[in-house]
Design a protein around this ligand. Structure first.
Ligand SMILES: [Zn+2]
Ligand SMILES: [Zn+2]
Length: 145
């Protein structure tokens, strides 16, 4: 049976389903994520076609010209839910904190640590990567979801 996991924003106006297996969480410490999330951004990367967003009038997208990404959020409670980059349309990132359950998830990597503020530390036994782009992943020979 196909594995489907569900999630929602804080107020429940926006819900989604993920129709694929996933287990890896990445933390991005770039300035854009810090300002969007209020702290580092935790994301799960899945194929775009595996994500079913139940579009409602409260589901909004903000385009960040500086990062060439579209960010999906709830305009009622302000929850940050999705990131969809112009340079890798075939995947979408979602925030694992918005899942309905957190089973079988592990933080596997950190991005943009050069932009991390000094007020918190990270686990140093995980890979530290430069930037979330498909090109960088391909350059390193990494596999997607
Ligand atoms: Zn909401
Ligand atoms: Zn970031």
């Amino acid at each position: 049976m196909k594995n489907i996991r569900t999630g929602s924003c804080n107020c429940g106006s926006v819900t989604y389903e993920v129709h694929c297996e996933f287990d890896s969480v990445l933390n991005c410490h770039c300035g854009a994520c810090l300002h969007r999330h209020g702290h580092f951004g935790a994301y799960v990367r899945v194929p775009f076609e595996a994500m079913v967003i139940n579009e409602t009038p409260h589901m909004k997208w903000w385009h960040s010209a500086s990062t060439s990404e579209d960010h999906g959020f709830c305009d009622t409670c302000g929850a940050a839910l999705f990131a969809h980059a112009e340079y890798e349309r075939e995947v979408i990132y979602f925030t694992p904190g918005t899942l309905d359950n957190y089973d079988n998830l592990t933080t596997t990597s950190h991005y943009c640590l050069d932009e991390k503020p000094s007020y918190y530390e990270v686990q140093n036994d995980l890979p530290h990567l430069d930037y979330i782009t498909e090109k960088n992943r391909r350059d390193r020979g990494e596999q997607g979801c």
